[in-house]
Write a protein that binds this ligand. Sequence first.
Ligand code: SF4
Ligand code: SF4
Length: 198
Amino acid sequence: MSDPLPFWKRKSLSAMSRAEWESLCDGCGRCCLHKIRDEDTEEIHFTNVACRMLDTQGCGCRDYANRRDHVPDCVQLKPRMLAALDWLPPTCAYHILARGGDLPDWHPLVSGDPESVHRAGISVRGRAVSEREAGALEDHVVTWPGRWPPASRKAGQATRAAAAPVAAPVAAPAAAGAKPPMKASPKTNVKTGQRKAG
Ligand code: SF4
Ligand code: SF4
């Protein structure tokens, strides 16, 4: 008898248990980077500036259970929110599955190894700077959090093809080094939580 399909292929996001939902997070840390929304165009620009609570090497929240005590605007993702969000990284498992894709081969649920997300160049390890040290967000606009690393392109292409028919307003990030007319403020700065409760 063949093995049953893994839960993320059998269940909708809203039907998953809390443990299943949480396990979808690959621990990349990309969603804990600050984003800037252009107030004129609504376009999202990623930065390499991490939330003060992110361990930029381990890529996890330093106090996940109590994170909103430290960062009140840390967003708690829920299945019903996913279709409308335009600031999740395209590599995020929640973003992928909400658009009909499958988990890529570097995802720990597929590889069986939590380090695979780092080896594949998906995580922020070694590439993020804490907001405590960064200075102006506008000086840290980068494109890589909005892209698939070349080494993962094969998996990414398959997933993106599945995602294509769904209207997903994920804005293209700015070119590297570009400084579009944008402001960082509590209103325009988008920050998300890393691991989510369903
Ligand atoms: S929720 Fe954040 S850390 Fe988890 S997979 Fe998505 S982008 Fe990565
Ligand atoms: S989960 Fe929330 S509080 Fe923790 S590092 Fe990420 S954005 Fe910051």
